[in-house]
Design a protein around this ligand. Structure first.
Ligand SMILES: NC(=O)c1ccc[n+]([C@@H]2O[C@H](COP(=O)([O-])OP(=O)(O)OC[C@H]3O[C@@H](n4cnc5c(N)ncnc54)[C@H](OP(=O)(O)O)[C@@H]3O)[C@@H](O)[C@H]2O)c1
Length: 212
C-alpha cells in the first residue's frame, strides 16, 4: 500500500517502521520538513518525506499521528478541506486526553474521529491504533495484542485490519464510527490508571469470548 503518515513523532516512527518492514511505501510529512526527512531516513526502505499535501496524494491509507490540538492545522496543511482526503482511509490513533489524568478533551458525546470526519470531507475514518504505546508496536509479548477498530466504511476497515496485522497484532472491529467515543474513553481510562500506578491489564475481567 501507499501510506501517508502525517506527523513525525513517536507514533509515526513506530508504526511507520512496522509498515516499511511489511513492504509498504510510506511517505512521512510534518510541519517541519527537516524532521520529516530525518524520520524517512531512519525508517529506511521505501520511506520518503514530502509535504503534507503530497504525502496524502493517491494514498491508500493516511495515519494522522498528531496531538488533538494539531488536527485542524495538519488537515489544513494536507488540503483536507479541499477534498484531498475524499475516499481515503484515514486512521485516527489520537488520544485527546488531559496529560496524566486521562479525562477526554473532546466535546461531550463527541470523538476525535468525529472531528476528523467533519474536517476532512469524504474521508473514510477508522478509529484505532490508539491503545498501544509507541514503544510496544512490533515488539512481541507473551501473547498477541488485539487492536480494536471502528469505522463506517467496510473497505477502509479492511485496509486498517491489514495494517494492524502487518504490525504483528490482531484487529477486532467493534462497529461503526459511532463507537469511536467509547474507544476514546477506554483509552482515557487505561491512561488514567497507568498514571495512578495501576497496571490497566489488572482491571480487565476474565471473560471468555462469546461466539454467537
Ligand atoms: N506515542 C504513543 O505511545 C501513542 C500511543 C497511542 C496514541 N498516540 C497518539 O498519537 C498521536 C501522536 O503521538 P506521538 O507520541 O507521536 O506525539 P509526538 O511524538 O509528540 O509527535 C507529534 C507530532 O505531531 C506534530 N504536531 C504537533 N502539533 C502540531 C500542529 N499544531 N500542527 C501540525 N503538526 C503538529 C509534531 O510536530 P513537531 O515535531 O513539529 O512538534 C509531531 O510531528 C497523539 O494524538 C497521541 O495521543 C500516541
Amino acid at each position: 500500500m501507499r501510506i501517508g503518515i502525517l506527523g513525525t513523532g513517536n507514533l509515526a516512527e513506530a508504526l511507520g517502521g512496522c509498515w516499511v518492514r511489511a513492504g509498504h511505501r510510506v511517505t512521512v510529512a510534518g510541519r517541519s520538513a527537516d524532521r520529516a526527512a530525518a524520520l524517512a531516513d531512519r525508517l529506511g526502505g521505501a520511506a520518503r518525506a514530502a509535504a503534507p499535501r503530497r504525502a496524502v496524494y493517491d494514498a491508500d491509507a493516511v495515519l494522522l499521528a498528531v496531538p488533538w490540538g494539531g488536527i485542524d492545522d495538519m488537515l489544513r496543511d494536507a488540503g483536507a478541506v479541499h477534498g484531498s482526503l475524499a475516499g481515503v482511509t484515514v486512521i485516527d490513533p489520537i488520544n485527546a486526553v488531559e496529560h496524566g489524568v486521562g479525562v477526554l478533551l473532546t466535546e461531550p458525546g463527541a470523538s476525535t474521529a468525529d472531528r476528523i470526519a467533519a474536517t476532512a470531507p469524504g474521508s473514510r475514518v477508522v478509529k484505532g491504533f490508539h491503545m498501544v504505546p509507541s514503544t510496544q508496536w512490533g515488539v512481541s509479548g507473551p501473547g498477541p495484542t488485539t487492536v480494536p477498530l471502528c469505522g463506517d466504511d467496510p473497505a477502509a476497515l479492511a485496509v486498517a485490519e491489514t495494517l494492524v496485522r502487518d504490525t504483528g497484532a490482531v484487529p477486532a472491529v467493534v462497529g461503526g464510527l459511532s463507537r469511536a467515543r467509547q474507544l476514546d474513553e477506554a483509552a482515557g481510562l487505561f491512561i488514567s490508571l497507568a498514571f495512578a500506578g495501576v497496571d490497566p491489564r489488572t482491571v480487565l475481567p476474565t471473560l471468555p469470548p462469546v461466539h454467537s
